[in-house]
Design a protein around this ligand. Structure first.
Ligand code: BES
Ligand code: MN
Ligand code: ZN
Length: 499
């Protein structure tokens, strides 16, 4: 399915359907008004019958409208014109897609450019990303995947010619971001017997193949990890037959604007059984999603390469499997991490921070200016913030502000939590430098405090996506979050600002 940006002569376009907004109290949008005039008031005459009010959720299909070359017009209720925001805009698109899916339609014009969500850049971007989101389907593991839709192309009608340039940039960005989100979702939705740490590393290597000029990949296997002293990472992988692999993806754009390196680390537990501190069996299968952080990193590197962002980026996929067994690490063990700091294991299910601490120390060799880790780290974060907001932790307020700004722009919500001294004390151990579990409450914060001990050499932020990375249940699956937020962060770093 393709998207086009065009300044349309709406009555003369020969498509299967033109979609136009109608506002509350039957107020016609400019495009609806234009079609109404061309058809000698046909639309107003139908609206007078009272079948559509213009509220969000209202829709009405018109066939064979006089003097209009397209086969159908779909009127879509958009509510009050001055109350439209991104959330409502997305809902409006969901309604149209649900209708269009059921009809035999091959091409569509959306004439929505007068809907004011900031500007034409955001109108276009949100439109494309919403359509893509509502058409996404989880891939079945049985070779019967059929295309979800029979739509060949969608034209976004831009009513003002001088907006065409920005709209085309927005489309380009949206397609790259969608590719990133879809790639992250597809990877995360795979079962853990297919998507294991080795598989993650093979996906990383594919990127080096595909983006030869800009991406180099190095894979650190267990032997190399041991040489490097990554004993915490290795310990987590010890119980599993599927050995750990850490993939280091190095991206460099063609016209880099500065020599700063931005690094991302994704928790890539392709399955987290809890290890010897084994998890209850209820919903344990969902721990295949414990690699969503790594999948997000994989996604954002795809976006960077697709748009050839003028940046230097390093993405680490910390692939590992946490299993019980005769070779597994134990509660009570004391591990010496790559940093030299020692950790007493109180619970083998607090494994994410162990894999991450060595990955974060490994990153020091690249002298990164900024490091962001993304992890389904704690159930406590879900208790604190629920399922629609990710946790943000940082040792640098400017970096935190940049992430909060990107979050607001994309509506991919995050919220700051503190790293006060009072919490830092909770991870002190009497036998080692730290324990891997914090005493008492505030588990999301004590986990972040643990990571903060390994990130003192650079500006660092941590996103706990335990609540937001996937939706439970039969119709659930990976959400692709926080890919859009991080893509926006990178676009802002590249000085591509259109808002
Ligand atoms: N991957 C889990 C966190 C998690 C749990 C994410 C549920 C999403 C839903 C993590 O490895 C874990 O098990 N954390 C423990 C830490 C505890 C043992 C200190 C947790 O949150 O219970
Ligand atoms: Mn765990
Ligand atoms: Zn985990």
């Amino acid at each position: 399915m393709n998207f086009f940006i065009k300044n349309c002569k709406l009555d003369k376009e020969k498509t299967d359907c033109i979609v136009v907004p109608v506002f509350d109290l039957c107020e016609l949008s400019h495009s609806a008004c234009y079609l109404d005039k061309c058809s000698n008031g046909y639309i107003t005459s139908l609206i007078k019958l009272g079948d559509i009010q213009g509220k969000i959720g209202d829709t009405l299909i018109l066939y064979k409208v006089p003097k209009i070359f397209s086969k159908r017009i779909l009127l879509v209720g958009c509510g009050k014109k001055d109350e439209i925001n991104k959330v409502r805009f997305k809902k409006i698109f969901k309604n149209t897609i649900n209708i269009l899916k059921k009809l035999s339609i091959k091409n569509i014009i959306y004439s929505f450019s007068e809907l004011n969500i900031n500007n034409i850049y955001w109108m276009t971007r949100v439109a494309v990303l919403s359509i893509k989101e509502f058409l996404y389907k989880v891939m079945k593991i049985n070779n019967t995947n059929v295309d979800n839709i029979n739509i060949d192309y969608i034209i976004l009608d831009i009513s003002k010619k001088h907006d065409l340039f920005i709209a085309k940039i927005a489309l380009k960005h949206a397609l790259a971001i969608d590719y990133a989100i879809t790639s992250a979702k597809n990877l995360s939705n795979l079962p853990p017997n297919i998507c294991n740490p080795l598989y993650l590393s093979s996906k990383a290597k594919e990127l080096a193949e595909k983006y030869k000029n800009n991406i180099v990949v190095e894979v650190i296997d267990i032997k190399k990890m041991k040489e490097l002293g990554m004993n915490a990472y290795v310990a987590v992988g010890d119980g599993a037959k599927n050995k750990p692999f850490m993939s280091v993806i190095k991206y460099s754009g063609n016209n880099i604007i500065n020599n700063k390196t931005i690094a991302f680390v994704g928790k890539g537990l392709t399955f987290d059984s809890g290890g010897i501190s084994i998890k209850p069996s209820f919903n344990m299968h969902e721990m295949k999603y414990d690699m969503c952080g790594a999948a997000a990193v994989y996604g954002i590197l795809i976006m960077a390469a697709e748009l050839n962002l003028p940046l230097k980026i390093i993405g680490i996929l910390s692939g590992c499997e946490n299993m019980p067994g005769g070779y597994a690490f134990r509660p009570g063990d004391v591990l010496t991490t790559m940093s030299g700091k020692t950790v007493e294991i109180l619970n083998t299910d607090a494994e994410g921070r162990l894999v991450l601490c060595d990955s974060l120390t490994y990153l020091e060799r690249f002298s990164p200016n900024v490091v962001i880790d993304i992890a389904t780290l704690t159930g406590a974060c879900v208790t604190a913030l629920g399922e629609s907001v990710s946790g943000l932790f940082s040792n640098n307020q400017e970096l935190a502000n940049q992430l909060l700004h990107a979050s607001e722009e994309t509506d991919d919500k995050i919220w700051s939590l503190p790293l006060f001294e009072e919490y830092q004390k909770k991870i002190i151990s009497n036998i080692a430098d730290f324990s891997n579990v914090g005493q008492g409450q505030a588990g999301a914060i004590t986990a972040a405090c643990f990571l903060s001990k390994f990130t003192e050499k650079y500006n660092w932020a941590h996103l706990d996506i335990a609540g937001t990375a996937w939706k439970s249940g039969k119709n659930g699956g990976s959400t692709g979050r926080p890919v859009e937020l991080l893509c926006q962060f990178l676009l802002n770093q590249s000085n591509y600002i259109y808002s």
